[in-house]
Design a protein around this ligand. Structure first.
Ligand code: SF4
Length: 368
């Protein structure tokens, strides 16, 4: 007897994207040193001149092309790109234009602050083929921006998204849950706002206390307490779900594991597998919500057992990091013997077990 699903969910596949070739320009163009920022540690790259950075990039792109690797998207990261001195800005765009004409890059993106968007620079970016401009928004909340002394308010951050779109550029939004003055509720509000404002991608960088920052001094003085890892996992799982439902990719969660980063983290929710843990937690929540809805609508009895059929590519997400999610699944009544995997890429099925076996829930060749 074949069991009909009581709910079907979809888990999107990551969008195909050309590889990104980052050129880090730590602190270049930054009008202030933000309290939490240690770009040199975060990017694994010491502050350097634009000429040196471009010379190295040119050499590496040439080597890459020689190895017949696909042309990457060039990305200027690590500072306030649109506030670079004019000569440095022109040199970067000239480099990108030439590299694009020669087929060594497929496109260009950059990161900058929401309060540094001069129209002539946006026009120059668009003209050279820049697609996405990632805004280091961090939060749209005035209180968090003020406490972190970002130097702009929420209105400026919101308008930045609008200005970019009007200039023919696509806004990406970087958010920093846990920054001074923030809360999990505010972070989720920030995610909603970023999606409403047309963000084409998001990054979540939970606030860490890094050696050498002003935040480290505040933390040592007992005036800043980072969020716990549990709080961050929960907030990001919710935020990731919002973005997923809106069809907007979250392209990074947590800082990249650069050499030297771990030794510089004094405190805070740092974990090398943060993104994977967040996604796995989001999956449990989505299934829990679907179960609750099915029961509320009478499609499933209050105590009726259910089975779960997952795409095989999500197999690692069932247990979660070090098996941390097994108790969560058990709390939903879904233990390992109630889980099967199939070769469909996106579809997640919740199936009724009473009167039917889970075996009928997947294609026969999957060996149930
Ligand atoms: S957070 Fe951004 S604007 Fe602030 S110092 Fe770092 S790179 Fe510069």
């Amino acid at each position: 007897m074949r069991s009909s699903p009581v709910a079907i969910l979809h888990w999107p596949e990551p969008a195909a994207h050309p590889p990104v070739f980052p050129v880090f320009l730590p602190f270049s163009g930054c009008p202030v040193r933000c309290v939490f920022c240690a770009q040199d540690v975060q990017t694994g790259c010491a502050p350097r001149g634009v000429d040196d950075a471009l010379a190295e990039a040119g050499r590496l792109l040439h080597e890459r092309a020689g190895r017949m690797r696909p042309a990457p998207e060039l990305a200027f990261y690590g500072g306030t790109f649109t506030a670079l001195p004019s000569g440095a800005f022109a040199a970067c765009l000239g480099f990108a234009r030439t590299a694009r004409q020669e087929g060594r890059i497929s496109g260009l993106r950059c990161s900058t602050r929401p309060d540094s968007l001069p129209p002539d620079r946006l026009e120059a970016l668009r003209e050279v083929g820049c697609g996405c401009v990632e805004l280091g928004v961090q939060s749209f909340a005035d209180s968090a921006l003020r406490e972190s002394r970002r130097g702009y308010d929420g209105r400026t951050a919101r308008e930045a998204c609008v200005v970019l779109r009007a200039a023919g550029l696509r806004p990406g939004v970087q958010l920093m849950p846990g920054m001074p003055g923030s809360s999990p509720e505010q972070f989720l509000e920030d995610v909603r706002l970023a999606l409403e404002l047309g963000a084409v991608c998001l990054r979540f960088y939970p606030c860490l206390v890094l050696e050498g920052t002003e935040l480290a001094a505040l933390w040592r003085a007992g005036r800043y307490q980072p969020w716990t890892l549990e709080a961050v996992l929960d907030a990001l799982a919710e935020g990731f779900g919002l973005a997923q439902r809106a069809g907007v990719p979250v392209i990074r969660m947590g800082l990249a594991p650069e050499a030297g980063l771990s030794g510089s983290v004094l405190s805070g929710p740092h974990h090398p597998a943060l993104g994977a843990r967040v996604q796995a937690r989001c999956l449990v929540r989505q299934v829990a919500n679907a179960l609750a809805q099915a029961r509320a609508e009478g499609r499933l009895g209050a105590t009726e057992p259910v089975g779960l059929v997952l795409p095989r590519r999500l197999q690692g997400m069932y247990r979660g990091h070090a098996g941390e999610l097994v108790p969560h699944w058990a709390g939903l009544g879904i233990t390992r013997e109630h889980v099967r995997f199939h070769d469909e890429r996106r579809e997640i099925r919740l199936v009724r077990l009473a009167g039917a076996s889970l075996d009928g829930a997947a294609t026969p060749h999957e060996g149930f």
